[in-house]
Design a protein around this ligand. Sequence first.
Ligand code: THU
Length: 159
Amino acid sequence: MEKEIKINFQTYPSYNDLPELEKTLFDKAKSVRENAYAPYSNFFVGCALLLENGEIITGSNQENAAYPSGLCAERTAIFWTSANYPDVKIKKIFVVGGPKDVLSSTPIPPCGGCRQSILEYEAKQKDEIEIYFASPDGEIIKTKSIRDLLPFSFDGSFL
Ligand code: THU
């Protein structure tokens, strides 16, 4: 029997259509992207997290000559947050990525590994995290939870 899964997402045509708070998150993600250490891929990603206490935590991707030893922008920011604020919930994650020095307009979604990590922290904090992803230019995509980006997800409930 063939079945279907529906996912929900929202789009904003451009930066100017974002609410003020999301504009701030975009600005911070775009600016911390400059700190990416990505000499191997030349793909620069920045991420801004809004915490429930109003604080904004940022991160960028950090690569390594031994490729798997590097880390994506999202996980850099999320792991730092959980290490330093273990009991503060993450409300929103904003990702801005693309090739260095290119004004690309294709929204860059979180990779599979980052989706799995975000899922873990939604479970840990027992609350959903809004995900926004974008390029430096162009439309922005939003989901209300990582579950929309990770159907048939594997989490601790199976263990
Ligand atoms: N990257 C991220 O930082 N986040 C993602 O979700 C996608 C990929 C980084 C990892 C690597 O440094 C570069 O982009 C190319 O894959």
